[in-house]
Design a protein around this ligand. Sequence first.
Ligand code: ADP
Ligand code: MG
Ligand code: MG
Length: 889
Amino acid sequence: MSVRAQPATKQIYFFDEGNTSRDVLGGKGAGLADMTAAGLPVPPGFTIVTQASLQYYEDAKSIAKPLLDELDGAIAELERRTGKRFGDSNAPLLVSVRSGAKFSMPGMMDTILNIGLNDETVHALARLTNNERFAWDAYRRLVTMFSSTVFGIPKDAFDDVLERRKHELGVKTDPEIDAESWKKIVDEYKKIVVAHVGSGFPQDVREQVVRAIEAVFNSWNSKRAVDYRRFNRIADDLGTAVSVVQMVFGNMGDDSGTGVAFTRDPNTGERVLFGEYLRNAQGEDVVAGIRTPERILDLERSQPKIYAQFVEIAQRLERHYRDVQDLEFTVERGTLYMLQTRSAKRSAEAAVRIALDLVDEGLIDRRTAIARVDARALDQLFHARIDPAEHFDVAAKGLNASPGAATGRAVFTADDAVAWAQRGEDVVLVRVETTPDDVHGMIAARGVLTAKGGATSHAAVVARGMGKPCVAGCEALEIDRRSKRASLDGVAFGEGDWITIDGTTGNVAVGKLRLIPPPAKLPERLATLLSWADAERRLEVWANADTPEDARKARELGAQGIGLCRTEHMFMQQDRLPVVQEMILANTPEARASALARLLPFQREDFVGILEAMAGLPVTIRLLDPPLHEFLPSLETLLVETTELRITKGIDSPDYKARDAVLKRVQQMHEQNPMLGLRVCRLGILYPEIYAMQVRAIFEAACDLVQRGVDARPEVMIPGVGSVREMQITGENARRVAGEVLKERGCSISYHVGTMVELPRACIVADDLACDAEFFSFGTNDLTQTTYGFSRDDAENSFIPRYLEQRILSDDPFQVLDRRGVGSLMRTAVELGRGARKDMKIGICGEHGGEPSSVAFCDQLRLNYVSCSPYRVPIARLAAAQAALGTLE
Ligand code: ADP
Ligand code: MG
Ligand code: MG
């Protein structure tokens, strides 16, 4: 090891030293210090700062001497405070070594309990507690936890021994195992250790503690922790703190136990204590969902004193943090100890309710309430439900652990979930219980079903955090992992079979059920919160909608306009497609004009519907965008068809000739690179009559409505403009036709002609474009595509996932706006555009318009509006307020 200057900074803080910074101590360490400061019963201990874990990585994964020295000092101090000694054969000190980052990552990193036990101290513990069984139970836990986390020995190796023993003894649960049997189990465990690592289980207690600390440091970069951080957008360079806490024991008999509680219901937000308590058990038993626990409320009857004390503490912590807390505690022989407090993870519904209630209770103000709700999570409120019209047998019921319904093919391992999902299948992950190693599978799955574990089990907590439906603790579920089959109360299913879970009710059914999207109406509490948000935000929120139904839905959810109404779907509908094809295949301008004339009434009707649904609000209609061959049969199909016709009917038959003509035309139109080919405004320039028909339809529709007294407000958007002449030609064409219609109808309607800014060149010449374009709308899907040179359809399932894995990209640029590249083009366009046309209205209508961090960026650019899909309107409203208030960047 190199000799380095001693860091002058202190790296270890005792809980009572007054340092309560989350940055320094991590959430868990800060919580323990806060609780200690508040005089709550916390076992003594200390926290190694987060920076130390980063230093550990810098030092090529070794703990430098200064920290080791400081650690020895801290242990000596802890011995002094507890009157026990580490490794002592009379009064041994036992500790837990616990991970804890700034932002909580439940269960993602490692924690080891009962450190300090070895072949000698285990006897002392037995004598001191007069409970041999307990001492050996504690020791076997240490061997298991330590060996799996430090040595990487699979937990299964130990579990198999335990299961076999239980079987031999004819018992079902751990508490039924006696001292002698635990001793034998420990012996067998130690042999497993020798077989795996070549040496015995470490007897030197200092070595135990140091290696446990290293293991916690290492767990910061475990695959599951990294996956979790990526999913939750937590930075990789925060590091984890390590708390060393004197052990207290919940497994010392029936007057002991351990629990997890939320100060309010994390699913609904209701103001009731929510949680679970497991008698005669150690903390990890509840979190791992090993036995099914009792409800925390039942403690009121069984241990009234403890319950009363706990309720008081829970309320104090809630007031202190002004937020709902997630608490871990242990009762050792009738004495309560607090082991953890943190801000509780909650469903979106609960988040909204809690934010409103805390305002009512005077604990927070409205602006804080706005900041408290994660905009991304609002999506959950619009989760699917099982269609009530479906008649189905509930095969089994479990706990409704995370709301929403999911249907998909059953898979039994996380890796299988990923594999099936990559093939484009919807899957439901079915497990006995989930562990943090399953997180990648949970991300890939539509929903999660587990046989064991309660509402605070890993599966439940993680699924809620991800907003995925989860049914947990479904006791009727039996899984045979090897054959990849399972049964629910006798109803069998295997890998690939459809199942449906309802995380709102806990129902599980075998088979594929129809799900219906959530109602297009805002829940009342959310409506209130969003009305507060509306008062704060600068950005308007518009929606992308192509149909009157979508437009109505968007309006209901608060949209202030339509930012993108695509017209191509109108061409795709069955009754129109033949006419569209005729138009495309037309050989003469007259033939084309005739087909277009027949399309006009259809288009007019479409526009009447959407303009009426949005009466009083702007509707931005984009003229035809995709390459024309998208409306024609594919080359492959045509080749097959013409070949068949030639064989069956002959080359002189009219059928063959007609089909062959289509084939020739499609061959003629074939493009190597259609995304960059004859599409967008290029179409409108080569076939001005198409855009002319669309503009005519728009204004005839608007005039019809205005004459009926409906306030129709059309805006015309030209797609894919890259040069000023394109804008001039298409813009003039549109204004001429609009003017003709308005004159014919004797109608006056104010409207604008603008362009979708979706090419880098458009951004760079935005000042020129702005002379003719009256508004800009960033089409960031195409702009991302053309800026990166990534074809979206290809990139997203091939190299982008790899790029994310290798951290070449930190986010998928099609989901989260690339501020550095695409964003700086946008900034240029805004500056140039507004330079040429002061007060120009500028918005965004790509997918990014409903993604919170992209919304924040649009706010920084001072756009006028974001436009997103209808269900994302509430997300954008909240995110825009958070951006304006500076709580979302
Ligand atoms: P996580 O972050 O995964 O919750 P923790 O560090 O909180 O990990 O510990 C896991 C379990 O062990 C928790 O249930 C906790 O309450 C329990 N535990 C941790 N330290 C102690 C201790 N000193 N005494 C008793 N139980 C403990
Ligand atoms: Mg914990
Ligand atoms: Mg586009």
